[in-house]
Design a protein around this ligand. Structure first.
Ligand SMILES: NC(=O)C1=CN([C@@H]2O[C@H](COP(=O)(O)OP(=O)(O)OC[C@H]3O[C@@H](n4cnc5c(N)ncnc54)[C@H](OP(=O)(O)O)[C@@H]3O)[C@@H](O)[C@H]2O)C=CC1
Ligand SMILES: CC(=O)[C@@H](O)[C@H](O)COP(=O)(O)O
Ligand SMILES: [Mn+2]
Length: 384
């Protein structure tokens, strides 16, 4: 039996993780769950899965949930509560499913306590890559990728020697606007951007998919997870999201991982690896699908992907700036304060103000993140 803590149990990855647990209750049990403010769902989850603790970011909501769960389950609050859930004594593996920088500190707390990580939160590695990887190495902690592309690469590398890898290709659906020209992109709405063609996900990652920033963040995530150079990471548009990513070896043999787009497969593997048990996801039927398409991404239309490569090349603290500015821009776009094409424009202008420092420590990362957010907000204020 593996005991897990789920950071962000009320979200898309969190609820799908609990579905995996429901299906494999004899193999996985939940000792801690956390949410931001959705205490109705947290209450239901606590009653069904009986964790040892629940943590709620919003302190007022935490107080309300505490009353509801009195005598049944301890309720913690704020960053301290989240960090306690991440580092909870009985947890062996921690699912990091809080979006954005908010996931970084709890993830670090979990690693410090030697917990293995089922990593969904890609921003953790984008902003904190060197700190997180060094700490994980020092603590002997495994990072099991949940992100579908990285799970695919992880699976393709099983049984292959890393020294023979020549490159990886991350597949991208291209998002809802993949066939739009630049003129059409000018006027796209939040509602259109939130309609992902293949996946049902939280708002932040869905907007990132529509700008291709999601793929850019994934390029940086892959660099850290698999110790790759920029030139070894390719992106290919694959509208069907059936091939989840590929690895090419030096002998020009390529391996890919395929499946219906359903995150429960990657989540289950990240929890139970190397075991591969049956589940209630759909079996792949290629004859039914018929055609798989591929094309090069257009970085002139989707500037965010280019900015992510630029940030990776600049190195050091530049990805912190990319990520912080992007989080602000996604919020502003969701609030209809800026247009779709303002997103890369403002991120680029903030990146242009930053002189990267090499191997930033945690305090420097947090400081640079605050700096990037402040400048992004100021610039968005000027534009809108
Ligand atoms: N969804 C997917 O299929 C995939 C997601 N990922 C990554 O996984 C991560 C989670 O994504 P997803 O599940 O879609 O996100 P959701 O928005 O669906 O869920 C977010 C979860 O985190 C909680 N939360 C949000 N903000 C905070 C905060 N500031 N402090 C504490 N808790 C917070 C939410 O609580 P509440 O409900 O109370 O607001 C909720 O439980 C992201 O980094 C994303 O990129 C990667 C691959 C696929
Ligand atoms: C399911 C998953 O892993 C998402 O990160 C997905 O990759 C988003 O789709 P895009 O390929 O459109 O970015
Ligand atoms: Mn992904």
């Amino acid at each position: 039996m593996i005991k897990i803590s789920i950071l962000g149990s009320t979200g898309s990855i969190g609820t799908q993780t609990l579905d995996v647990v429901r299906n494999h209750g004899d193999k996985i049990s939940v000792v801690a769950i956390t949410g931001n403010e959705n205490i109705d769902l947290l209450e239901k989850q606590a009653l069904e899965f009986q964790p040892e603790i629940v943590a709620v970011w919003d302190e007022k909501k935490a107080g309300e949930l505490r009353k509801r769960l009195q005598g049944k389950c301890e309720v913690l609050e704020g960053l301290e509560g989240l960090s306690a859930a991440a580092a909870w004594d009985s947890a062996q593996r921690v699912v990091t499913a809080i979006p954005g920088m908010a996931g970084l500190i709890p993830t670090i707390e979990a690693i410090k306590k030697g917990k293995d990580i089922a990593l969904a939160n890609k921003e953790t590695l984008v902003a904190g890559g060197s700190v997180v990887m060094n700490l994980a190495k020092a603590q002997g902690v495994e990072l099991y990728p949940v992100d579908s592309e990285h799970s695919a690469i992880f699976q393709c590398l099983i049984g292959n020697q890393r020294k023979y890898l020549s490159k990886i290709s991350l597949t991208a659906s291209g998002g809802p606007f993949r066939d739009y020209d630049i003129k059409q992109l000018e006027g796209v709405t939040v509602e259109q951007a939130l309609k992902h063609p293949n996946w049902s996900m939280g708002k932040k990652v869905t907007i990132d998919s529509s700008t291709l920033m999601n793929k850019g963040l994934e390029v940086i995530e892959a660099k850290w997870l698999f110790d790759l150079k920029t030139a070894e990471i390719d992106v290919i548009i694959h509208p069907q999201s059936i091939i989840h990513s590929l690895v090419e070896f030096k002998d020009h043999s390529s391996m890919a991982q395929l499946g219906e787009p359903d995150m429960r497969v990657a989540i289950q593997l990240a929890l139970l690896y190397p075991e591969r048990h049956e589940n209630n996801t759909k079996s792949l039927n290629l004859a039914e699908i018929g055609t798989l398409e591929f094309r090069k991404p257009d970085v002139n239309k989707f500037r965010c992907l280019k900015l992510a490569y630029d940030a990776l090349e600049a190195g050091g603290s530049m990805p912190v700036v990319l990520n912080g500015a992007n989080e602000i821009m996604v919020d502003k776009f969701l609030n209809k304060e800026i247009s779709f094409l303002d997103i890369p424009k403002i991120i680029e202008s903030v990146m242009n103000l930053h002189v990267p420092i090499r191997e930033p420590g945690l305090e420097e990362i947090l400081e640079i993140d605050r700096w990037a957010r402040k400048h992004a907000k100021e610039k968005a204020g000027i534009i809108s």
